[in-house]
Design a protein around this ligand. Structure first.
Ligand code: NAD
Ligand code: UD1
Length: 346
Protein backbone atom coordinates (compact mmCIF):
# COMPACT_ATOMS: atom_id res chain seq x y z
CA UNK A 1 0.00 0.00 0.00
CA UNK A 2 1.04 3.62 -0.48
CA UNK A 3 1.08 5.11 3.03
CA UNK A 4 1.41 8.72 4.12
CA UNK A 5 3.18 8.75 7.49
CA UNK A 6 2.99 12.01 9.44
CA UNK A 7 5.54 12.35 12.24
CA UNK A 8 7.47 9.51 10.60
CA UNK A 9 10.86 10.81 11.72
CA UNK A 10 9.87 10.62 15.40
CA UNK A 11 10.29 7.81 17.91
CA UNK A 12 7.31 5.58 17.12
CA UNK A 13 7.01 6.87 13.55
CA UNK A 14 10.55 5.87 12.56
CA UNK A 15 10.10 2.33 13.94
CA UNK A 16 6.79 2.06 12.08
CA UNK A 17 8.23 3.29 8.78
CA UNK A 18 10.84 0.53 9.10
CA UNK A 19 8.20 -2.16 9.71
CA UNK A 20 6.09 -0.83 6.82
CA UNK A 21 9.04 -1.04 4.43
CA UNK A 22 9.99 -4.52 5.67
CA UNK A 23 6.39 -5.62 5.03
CA UNK A 24 6.63 -4.37 1.43
CA UNK A 25 4.64 -1.14 1.75
CA UNK A 26 5.64 2.23 0.33
CA UNK A 27 5.94 5.11 2.82
CA UNK A 28 6.00 8.87 2.26
CA UNK A 29 7.03 10.77 5.38
CA UNK A 30 5.93 14.24 6.44
CA UNK A 31 7.53 15.74 9.55
CA UNK A 32 8.42 19.30 10.55
CA UNK A 33 11.37 17.94 12.59
CA UNK A 34 10.24 19.90 15.66
CA UNK A 35 11.07 16.84 17.77
CA UNK A 36 13.00 14.60 15.41
CA UNK A 37 16.03 14.27 13.20
CA UNK A 38 16.27 13.34 9.52
CA UNK A 39 19.12 11.05 10.57
CA UNK A 40 16.50 8.66 11.99
CA UNK A 41 15.04 8.20 8.50
CA UNK A 42 18.47 7.71 6.96
CA UNK A 43 19.06 4.88 9.43
CA UNK A 44 15.61 3.41 8.76
CA UNK A 45 16.52 3.29 5.07
CA UNK A 46 19.78 1.56 5.94
CA UNK A 47 18.00 -1.07 8.10
CA UNK A 48 15.34 -1.69 5.45
CA UNK A 49 17.82 -1.74 2.56
CA UNK A 50 15.97 1.12 0.88
CA UNK A 51 18.06 3.85 -0.65
CA UNK A 52 15.61 6.70 -0.50
CA UNK A 53 12.55 7.25 1.69
CA UNK A 54 10.47 10.13 0.29
CA UNK A 55 10.57 12.81 2.98
CA UNK A 56 8.97 16.26 3.23
CA UNK A 57 9.96 18.69 5.93
CA UNK A 58 6.49 20.14 6.12
CA UNK A 59 4.34 21.31 9.01
CA UNK A 60 0.84 19.82 8.93
CA UNK A 61 -0.64 23.28 9.42
CA UNK A 62 1.02 24.36 6.16
CA UNK A 63 -1.74 23.69 3.64
CA UNK A 64 0.38 24.59 0.60
CA UNK A 65 3.14 22.26 1.78
CA UNK A 66 0.67 19.41 2.22
CA UNK A 67 -0.85 20.11 -1.19
CA UNK A 68 2.57 19.52 -2.70
CA UNK A 69 2.91 16.20 -0.83
CA UNK A 70 -0.43 15.02 -2.20
CA UNK A 71 0.20 16.36 -5.70
CA UNK A 72 3.50 14.50 -5.92
CA UNK A 73 2.52 11.23 -4.19
CA UNK A 74 -1.26 10.63 -4.21
CA UNK A 75 -3.21 8.45 -4.34
CA UNK A 76 -2.52 7.31 -0.80
CA UNK A 77 -4.26 4.18 0.47
CA UNK A 78 -4.00 5.28 4.09
CA UNK A 79 -2.45 7.84 6.39
CA UNK A 80 -0.79 6.79 9.63
CA UNK A 81 -0.92 9.95 11.69
CA UNK A 82 1.73 10.29 14.41
CA UNK A 83 2.57 14.00 14.13
CA UNK A 84 1.84 16.01 17.23
CA UNK A 85 3.31 17.48 20.38
CA UNK A 86 3.41 14.98 23.24
CA UNK A 87 5.01 16.37 26.39
CA UNK A 88 2.38 16.18 29.12
CA UNK A 89 3.93 18.76 31.49
CA UNK A 90 4.64 21.23 28.68
CA UNK A 91 1.03 20.97 27.54
CA UNK A 92 -0.11 22.26 30.95
CA UNK A 93 2.15 25.32 30.54
CA UNK A 94 1.39 25.88 26.85
CA UNK A 95 -2.18 24.68 26.23
CA UNK A 96 -2.77 26.98 23.24
CA UNK A 97 0.29 25.65 21.44
CA UNK A 98 -0.85 22.07 22.03
CA UNK A 99 -4.42 22.63 20.85
CA UNK A 100 -3.24 24.68 17.89
CA UNK A 101 -0.61 22.18 16.75
CA UNK A 102 -2.40 18.93 17.46
CA UNK A 103 -5.94 19.95 16.51
CA UNK A 104 -4.97 22.47 13.81
CA UNK A 105 -2.49 20.12 12.16
CA UNK A 106 -4.91 17.21 12.17
CA UNK A 107 -7.83 19.24 10.80
CA UNK A 108 -5.72 20.46 7.88
CA UNK A 109 -4.48 16.93 7.24
CA UNK A 110 -7.99 15.42 7.31
CA UNK A 111 -9.25 18.08 4.93
CA UNK A 112 -6.41 17.47 2.48
CA UNK A 113 -7.04 13.74 2.71
CA UNK A 114 -10.73 13.93 1.87
CA UNK A 115 -10.11 16.37 -0.97
CA UNK A 116 -7.60 13.91 -2.39
CA UNK A 117 -9.79 10.83 -2.03
CA UNK A 118 -7.93 9.24 0.89
CA UNK A 119 -10.40 8.57 3.70
CA UNK A 120 -8.47 6.03 5.73
CA UNK A 121 -6.57 7.09 8.82
CA UNK A 122 -4.79 5.25 11.61
CA UNK A 123 -4.42 7.61 14.54
CA UNK A 124 -1.93 7.58 17.44
CA UNK A 125 -4.15 7.87 20.45
CA UNK A 126 -3.22 7.11 24.03
CA UNK A 127 -4.40 5.19 27.06
CA UNK A 128 -4.56 8.63 28.67
CA UNK A 129 -8.08 9.02 27.14
CA UNK A 130 -9.35 6.52 29.75
CA UNK A 131 -8.44 8.92 32.59
CA UNK A 132 -8.37 7.11 35.91
CA UNK A 133 -9.99 3.85 34.81
CA UNK A 134 -12.76 2.34 36.95
CA UNK A 135 -11.79 -1.23 36.05
CA UNK A 136 -8.63 -2.91 34.86
CA UNK A 137 -7.54 -4.52 32.62
CA UNK A 138 -8.91 -1.73 30.44
CA UNK A 139 -11.01 -2.81 27.48
CA UNK A 140 -11.86 -0.55 24.56
CA UNK A 141 -15.48 -0.20 25.67
CA UNK A 142 -14.37 1.24 29.01
CA UNK A 143 -15.78 4.80 28.99
CA UNK A 144 -13.37 7.61 28.23
CA UNK A 145 -12.50 9.63 31.32
CA UNK A 146 -11.33 13.03 32.46
CA UNK A 147 -7.87 13.78 31.09
CA UNK A 148 -5.52 15.48 33.51
CA UNK A 149 -3.77 17.70 30.95
CA UNK A 150 -4.27 19.48 27.57
CA UNK A 151 -2.16 16.89 25.73
CA UNK A 152 -4.58 14.17 26.80
CA UNK A 153 -7.55 16.31 25.78
CA UNK A 154 -6.12 16.76 22.28
CA UNK A 155 -6.13 12.95 21.92
CA UNK A 156 -9.65 12.65 23.27
CA UNK A 157 -10.95 15.49 21.07
CA UNK A 158 -9.26 14.17 17.93
CA UNK A 159 -10.76 10.75 18.55
CA UNK A 160 -14.16 12.45 18.70
CA UNK A 161 -13.58 14.50 15.55
CA UNK A 162 -12.54 11.47 13.50
CA UNK A 163 -15.40 9.37 14.88
CA UNK A 164 -17.85 12.12 13.88
CA UNK A 165 -16.51 12.18 10.31
CA UNK A 166 -17.20 8.47 10.05
CA UNK A 167 -20.67 8.73 11.63
CA UNK A 168 -21.68 11.57 9.30
CA UNK A 169 -20.66 9.50 6.27
CA UNK A 170 -22.68 6.53 7.45
CA UNK A 171 -25.75 8.69 8.12
CA UNK A 172 -25.44 10.22 4.66
CA UNK A 173 -25.12 6.76 3.10
CA UNK A 174 -21.73 7.72 1.63
CA UNK A 175 -20.51 5.28 -0.99
CA UNK A 176 -17.01 5.41 0.46
CA UNK A 177 -17.16 6.31 4.16
CA UNK A 178 -14.12 7.09 6.29
CA UNK A 179 -12.09 4.25 7.80
CA UNK A 180 -10.87 5.44 11.18
CA UNK A 181 -8.62 3.25 13.31
CA UNK A 182 -7.91 4.69 16.75
CA UNK A 183 -4.91 3.01 18.36
CA UNK A 184 -4.64 3.64 22.08
CA UNK A 185 -1.02 3.08 23.03
CA UNK A 186 -0.08 2.12 26.55
CA UNK A 187 3.57 2.89 27.49
CA UNK A 188 5.93 2.49 24.53
CA UNK A 189 9.57 1.93 25.51
CA UNK A 190 12.68 0.27 24.09
CA UNK A 191 14.28 0.63 20.71
CA UNK A 192 15.02 -1.34 17.59
CA UNK A 193 17.27 -4.31 18.58
CA UNK A 194 19.95 -3.08 16.14
CA UNK A 195 20.54 -0.07 18.40
CA UNK A 196 20.38 2.20 15.32
CA UNK A 197 17.05 3.90 16.01
CA UNK A 198 15.44 4.76 19.34
CA UNK A 199 13.96 7.47 21.52
CA UNK A 200 15.84 10.77 21.51
CA UNK A 201 14.06 13.12 23.92
CA UNK A 202 14.84 16.84 24.11
CA UNK A 203 16.34 17.90 27.44
CA UNK A 204 15.66 16.01 30.65
CA UNK A 205 13.25 13.14 29.94
CA UNK A 206 9.83 13.11 31.58
CA UNK A 207 9.12 9.45 31.00
CA UNK A 208 10.46 6.57 33.02
CA UNK A 209 12.58 4.55 30.58
CA UNK A 210 14.53 7.37 28.92
CA UNK A 211 15.19 8.75 32.41
CA UNK A 212 16.51 5.35 33.53
CA UNK A 213 18.82 4.98 30.52
CA UNK A 214 20.21 8.47 31.07
CA UNK A 215 20.97 7.59 34.69
CA UNK A 216 22.64 4.37 33.50
CA UNK A 217 24.78 6.24 30.97
CA UNK A 218 25.84 8.76 33.64
CA UNK A 219 24.02 11.83 32.28
CA UNK A 220 21.72 11.96 35.30
CA UNK A 221 22.61 11.17 38.87
CA UNK A 222 19.74 8.96 40.03
CA UNK A 223 16.15 8.05 39.26
CA UNK A 224 13.37 9.74 41.22
CA UNK A 225 10.59 7.25 41.93
CA UNK A 226 7.38 9.25 42.09
CA UNK A 227 5.47 7.82 45.06
CA UNK A 228 5.67 4.53 46.93
CA UNK A 229 2.33 4.86 48.70
CA UNK A 230 -0.02 3.80 45.91
CA UNK A 231 -2.38 0.89 46.41
CA UNK A 232 -0.10 -1.54 44.54
CA UNK A 233 2.01 -4.46 45.85
CA UNK A 234 5.22 -2.39 46.25
CA UNK A 235 3.50 1.01 46.46
CA UNK A 236 4.84 2.32 43.13
CA UNK A 237 2.77 3.04 40.02
CA UNK A 238 1.90 0.20 37.66
CA UNK A 239 1.89 0.59 33.84
CA UNK A 240 1.64 -1.56 30.74
CA UNK A 241 4.99 -1.11 28.97
CA UNK A 242 5.17 -2.17 25.35
CA UNK A 243 8.22 -2.63 23.12
CA UNK A 244 8.21 0.02 20.38
CA UNK A 245 8.85 -2.63 17.70
CA UNK A 246 5.72 -4.52 18.77
CA UNK A 247 3.83 -1.24 18.72
CA UNK A 248 5.14 -0.46 15.23
CA UNK A 249 4.01 -3.89 14.01
CA UNK A 250 0.56 -3.18 15.43
CA UNK A 251 0.26 -0.40 12.84
CA UNK A 252 1.13 -2.76 10.00
CA UNK A 253 -1.55 -5.14 11.26
CA UNK A 254 -4.03 -2.27 11.52
CA UNK A 255 -3.64 -1.72 7.77
CA UNK A 256 -5.50 -5.00 7.29
CA UNK A 257 -8.50 -3.47 9.09
CA UNK A 258 -8.36 -0.52 6.72
CA UNK A 259 -8.17 -2.85 3.74
CA UNK A 260 -11.35 -4.61 4.77
CA UNK A 261 -13.12 -1.25 5.29
CA UNK A 262 -13.48 -1.53 9.04
CA UNK A 263 -15.31 1.79 9.41
CA UNK A 264 -14.61 3.01 12.94
CA UNK A 265 -12.40 0.72 15.02
CA UNK A 266 -10.67 1.25 18.35
CA UNK A 267 -7.80 -0.92 19.62
CA UNK A 268 -5.64 -0.93 22.71
CA UNK A 269 -1.99 -1.63 21.95
CA UNK A 270 -0.42 -2.98 25.11
CA UNK A 271 0.88 -6.28 26.45
CA UNK A 272 -1.78 -6.77 29.13
CA UNK A 273 0.99 -7.05 31.76
CA UNK A 274 1.43 -4.47 34.48
CA UNK A 275 4.84 -3.61 35.96
CA UNK A 276 5.56 -1.26 38.83
CA UNK A 277 8.31 1.37 38.70
CA UNK A 278 10.45 -0.81 40.97
CA UNK A 279 9.75 -3.87 38.79
CA UNK A 280 11.12 -1.92 35.82
CA UNK A 281 14.19 -0.82 37.78
CA UNK A 282 14.85 -4.46 38.74
CA UNK A 283 14.26 -5.73 35.21
CA UNK A 284 16.63 -3.08 33.83
CA UNK A 285 19.34 -4.01 36.32
CA UNK A 286 18.97 -7.72 35.58
CA UNK A 287 18.81 -7.41 31.80
CA UNK A 288 21.90 -5.23 31.63
CA UNK A 289 23.96 -6.22 34.67
CA UNK A 290 23.88 -2.69 36.06
CA UNK A 291 22.99 -1.06 39.36
CA UNK A 292 20.54 1.82 39.12
CA UNK A 293 20.54 4.38 41.94
CA UNK A 294 17.08 5.69 42.86
CA UNK A 295 15.35 7.80 45.48
CA UNK A 296 11.72 7.72 46.56
CA UNK A 297 10.00 11.09 45.97
CA UNK A 298 6.42 12.36 46.41
CA UNK A 299 3.77 11.38 43.89
CA UNK A 300 3.77 13.25 40.56
CA UNK A 301 0.61 15.32 39.97
CA UNK A 302 -1.83 13.72 37.53
CA UNK A 303 -0.46 10.16 37.86
CA UNK A 304 -2.81 7.24 38.40
CA UNK A 305 -1.91 4.20 40.51
CA UNK A 306 -2.48 1.41 38.07
CA UNK A 307 -3.16 1.02 34.36
CA UNK A 308 -2.88 -1.90 32.03
CA UNK A 309 -4.67 -2.99 28.92
CA UNK A 310 -6.71 -5.87 27.80
CA UNK A 311 -5.02 -6.51 24.44
CA UNK A 312 -7.61 -9.17 23.49
CA UNK A 313 -9.49 -7.17 20.86
CA UNK A 314 -6.35 -6.43 18.82
CA UNK A 315 -5.40 -10.09 19.05
CA UNK A 316 -8.84 -11.27 17.94
CA UNK A 317 -9.47 -8.77 15.17
CA UNK A 318 -6.02 -7.79 13.94
CA UNK A 319 -4.12 -10.99 14.71
CA UNK A 320 -1.62 -8.83 16.60
CA UNK A 321 -0.06 -9.42 19.96
CA UNK A 322 3.10 -8.19 21.63
CA UNK A 323 6.02 -10.59 21.35
CA UNK A 324 8.70 -8.87 23.41
CA UNK A 325 8.77 -8.94 27.21
CA UNK A 326 10.10 -6.48 29.76
CA UNK A 327 13.65 -7.96 29.62
CA UNK A 328 13.93 -7.25 25.88
CA UNK A 329 12.44 -3.78 26.35
CA UNK A 330 15.14 -2.99 28.94
CA UNK A 331 17.91 -4.59 26.88
CA UNK A 332 17.04 -2.68 23.72
CA UNK A 333 16.49 0.65 25.47
CA UNK A 334 19.98 0.37 26.98
CA UNK A 335 21.55 -0.89 23.75
CA UNK A 336 20.24 2.22 21.96
CA UNK A 337 21.34 4.62 24.73
CA UNK A 338 24.84 3.25 25.20
CA UNK A 339 25.50 3.20 21.44
CA UNK A 340 24.04 6.69 21.00
CA UNK A 341 24.71 8.56 24.24
CA UNK A 342 23.74 11.83 22.54
CA UNK A 343 20.90 10.41 20.48
CA UNK A 344 21.09 11.24 16.78
CA UNK A 345 23.47 14.15 17.43
CA UNK A 346 26.97 12.95 16.64
P1 NAD B 1 7.70 12.09 18.68
O1 NAD B 1 7.70 13.47 19.20
O2 NAD B 1 8.98 11.35 18.62
O3 NAD B 1 7.03 12.07 17.21
C1 NAD B 1 6.09 13.02 16.79
C2 NAD B 1 6.62 13.63 15.50
O4 NAD B 1 5.70 14.59 15.00
C3 NAD B 1 7.96 14.33 15.68
O5 NAD B 1 8.87 13.79 14.76
C4 NAD B 1 7.66 15.81 15.39
O6 NAD B 1 8.76 16.45 14.77
C5 NAD B 1 6.45 15.70 14.49
N1 NAD B 1 5.51 16.84 14.52
C6 NAD B 1 4.97 17.45 15.61
N2 NAD B 1 4.13 18.42 15.22
C7 NAD B 1 4.13 18.43 13.86
C8 NAD B 1 3.47 19.21 12.87
N3 NAD B 1 2.65 20.20 13.20
N4 NAD B 1 3.72 18.95 11.57
C9 NAD B 1 4.58 17.96 11.21
N5 NAD B 1 5.24 17.20 12.10
C10 NAD B 1 5.01 17.43 13.41
O7 NAD B 1 6.62 11.25 19.52
P2 NAD B 1 6.32 9.70 19.54
O8 NAD B 1 6.62 9.22 20.88
O9 NAD B 1 6.90 9.04 18.36
O10 NAD B 1 4.74 9.75 19.41
C11 NAD B 1 4.07 9.61 18.18
C12 NAD B 1 2.58 9.81 18.40
O11 NAD B 1 2.12 8.86 19.35
C13 NAD B 1 2.22 11.18 18.98
O12 NAD B 1 1.00 11.60 18.41
C14 NAD B 1 2.05 10.90 20.46
O13 NAD B 1 1.20 11.81 21.07
C15 NAD B 1 1.45 9.51 20.42
N6 NAD B 1 1.67 8.75 21.67
C16 NAD B 1 2.93 8.61 22.15
C17 NAD B 1 3.14 7.92 23.33
C18 NAD B 1 4.54 7.74 23.89
O14 NAD B 1 4.66 7.35 25.05
N7 NAD B 1 5.60 7.99 23.15
C19 NAD B 1 2.06 7.36 24.02
C20 NAD B 1 0.78 7.51 23.49
C21 NAD B 1 0.60 8.22 22.30
C1 UD1 C 1 2.66 9.61 30.50
C2 UD1 C 1 1.40 10.38 30.23
C3 UD1 C 1 0.69 9.83 29.02
C4 UD1 C 1 1.62 9.77 27.84
C5 UD1 C 1 2.87 8.98 28.21
C6 UD1 C 1 3.89 9.01 27.11
C7 UD1 C 1 0.58 11.28 32.36
C8 UD1 C 1 -0.50 11.19 33.40
N1 UD1 C 1 0.51 10.37 31.38
O1 UD1 C 1 2.29 8.30 30.89
O2 UD1 C 1 -0.39 10.65 28.69
O3 UD1 C 1 0.97 9.16 26.73
O4 UD1 C 1 3.47 9.56 29.38
O5 UD1 C 1 4.35 10.30 26.88
O6 UD1 C 1 1.45 12.11 32.41
N2 UD1 C 1 8.02 7.67 36.93
C9 UD1 C 1 8.93 7.78 37.96
N3 UD1 C 1 10.03 8.57 37.76
C10 UD1 C 1 10.28 9.24 36.58
C11 UD1 C 1 9.33 9.09 35.53
C12 UD1 C 1 8.21 8.31 35.75
O7 UD1 C 1 8.75 7.21 39.03
O8 UD1 C 1 11.28 9.94 36.48
C13 UD1 C 1 6.85 6.78 37.12
C14 UD1 C 1 5.51 7.50 36.98
O9 UD1 C 1 5.10 8.04 38.20
C15 UD1 C 1 4.62 6.34 36.46
C16 UD1 C 1 5.58 5.47 35.65
O10 UD1 C 1 6.89 5.81 36.10
O11 UD1 C 1 4.16 5.58 37.55
C17 UD1 C 1 5.51 5.73 34.14
O12 UD1 C 1 5.63 7.13 33.90
P1 UD1 C 1 5.80 7.74 32.43
O13 UD1 C 1 6.86 7.00 31.70
O14 UD1 C 1 5.96 9.22 32.56
O15 UD1 C 1 4.43 7.38 31.70
P2 UD1 C 1 2.92 7.67 32.18
O16 UD1 C 1 2.87 8.66 33.28
O17 UD1 C 1 2.25 6.37 32.38
Amino acid sequence: MNILVTGGAGYIGSHTVLELLLAGHHAVVVDNLSNASEEALRRVGELAGVEHIPFYRVDLRDRAGLERVFAENAPFDCCIHFAGLKAVGESVMKPWEYYENNLGGTLTLLDMMRRNGCKSVIFSSSATVYGDPATIPITEDCPKGQCTNPYGWTKSMLEQIMSDLYTADVKAGAEKPWNVVLLRYFNPIGAHPSGRIGEDPNGIPNNLMPYITQVAVGKLDHLNVFGNDYDTPDGTGIRDYIHVVDLARGHVKALAAVERNCGLAVYNLGTGQGYSVLDVVKAFEQANGLKLPYEIKPRRAGDVAKMYSSPEKAKRELGWEAEYGIAEMCRDAWNWQKNNPNGYEG
